[in-house]
Design a binder for this molecule. Structure first.
Ligand code: ADP
Ligand code: MG
Length: 338
């Protein structure tokens, strides 16, 4: 249809007025310090006001979780662990209860490779005090005595939202699943306020909501060996990318590095695997799975991929060999193959 000049002019004028009234939209990028790391948040094509509201709500979420989900600072999880150690029953918030139930399920599915009940083991290795690192490895008898009690969330019994444990040596540490859970909560929050296109990235673990600048997001997978990404993968709306690595957080004792990811069965830090990346639309599963696959290594890769029902996983061994699921092989675009 051709518009005559008579119509075109008022139309242009009306569009100009609308444009002037509508607040400008653009991409906003924010960095927030939380969980001892940087959380970077990008909102695509939003107004300044929308960006400000979303940021404030995310910050409030991070603030609550920071205090309540970490076992070594005062907060809800610390109170729960104190009750377990004292053999007492305690009421748990709905939020932490559902996270603990998920952790219990992943502990069972991964046959104990993922085990959020390893707080005492983390303490024995001194991995909870990165600022004050240990100078020797744990005493073998102490380690054996702890493993003998087989701490794990399987010892929890629930009555509604109250829990107790038959094992006073159980200390819950949700570090292996917390980032996934925060990404999930961030996603629910952002979608609820109409933030349709965003990326929340917690120190490299991220969730994509919608699209980035009108296109599917292309995410770099971190290399354990260099700063340049190893590969890229197109991430769809609602998918998360979670990486567990032995190279990021560790303690050095007598010249040997011990990673913060422990095998809950042997009690030893993982040495055979440097990193695992999982892509999934359930960030909590992806986080638990990345940790479990680190523990299982190449030898248990197929078993755990099946047990946890994963489609997209990549594992890099200490020697540089890789293991990939067929789905991941199809999606990955290598930049710098190890
Ligand atoms: P990252 O810190 O690289 O994101 P993870 O998701 O694997 O890695 O989380 C590591 C944290 O999880 C550790 O700091 C510790 O608190 C906890 N953890 C270590 N080993 C295990 C394990 N086998 N199962 C569950 N949690 C673990
Ligand atoms: Mg994890």
């Amino acid at each position: 249809m051709r518009l005559s000049r008579r119509w075109l002019r008022p139309l242009i004028a009306a569009t100009a007025i609308l444009g002037a009234c509508a607040p400008a939209e653009r991409d906003y990028h924010h960095e927030i310090l939380a969980f001892s790391t940087y959380v970077s948040v990008t909102f695509y094509a939003v107004t300044e006001e929308e960006s400000r509201i979303a940021l404030t709500q995310l910050e409030a979420l991070f603030h609550d979780v920071d205090a309540d989900w970490y076992p070594w600072t005062p907060g809800e999880l610390q109170r729960i662990n104190a009750a377990i150690a004292a053999g007492e029953r305690i009421a748990v918030s709905e939020r932490l209860a559902s996270l603990m139930r998920a952790a219990t399920a992943y502990e069972q599915q991964s046959q104990g490779r993922f085990n959020a009940g390893l707080g005492r083991l983390i303490e024995l290795w001194g991995l909870h005090e990165m600022a004050n690192p240990p100078t020797r490895i744990p005493n073998a008898d102490e380690l054996a005595a702890l493993l003998q009690t087989a701490p794990g969330l399987h010892s929890l019994s629930w009555q509604g939202f109250e829990l107790s444990s038959s094992n006073p040596e159980l200390m819950i540490d949700l570090g292996g699943i917390a980032k996934g859970a925060i990404l999930e909560e961030s996603q629910i929050l952002l979608r609820a306020i109409g933030m349709d296109n965003a990326i929340v990235n917690i120190g490299g673990d991220l969730i994509v909501i919608g699209r980035a600048r009108g296109r599917a997001a292309r995410i770099g997978i971190r290399s354990p060996l260099s700063d340049t990404p190893l590969a890229r993968v197109v991430i769809n709306d609602g998918e998360s990318v979670i990486t567990s690595g032995s190279y990021e957080r560790f303690v050095e004792i007598d010249g040997t590095r011990y990673t913060h990811i422990l095998n809950p069965i042997s009690g030893l830090p993982v040495a055979h695997t440097v990193s695992v990346t999982v892509v999934d639309d359930d960030p909590v599963l992806a986080d638990a799975a990345a940790t479990a696959l680190m523990v299982g290594g190449a030898g248990e890769f197929d078993m755990l991929v099946e047990a946890l029902n994963l489609e997209y996983a990549l594992l890099i061994e200490a020697g540089g060999d890789t293991r990939l699921t067929p789905g991941m092989r199809e999606r990955l675009q290598w930049i710098d193959q190890p």
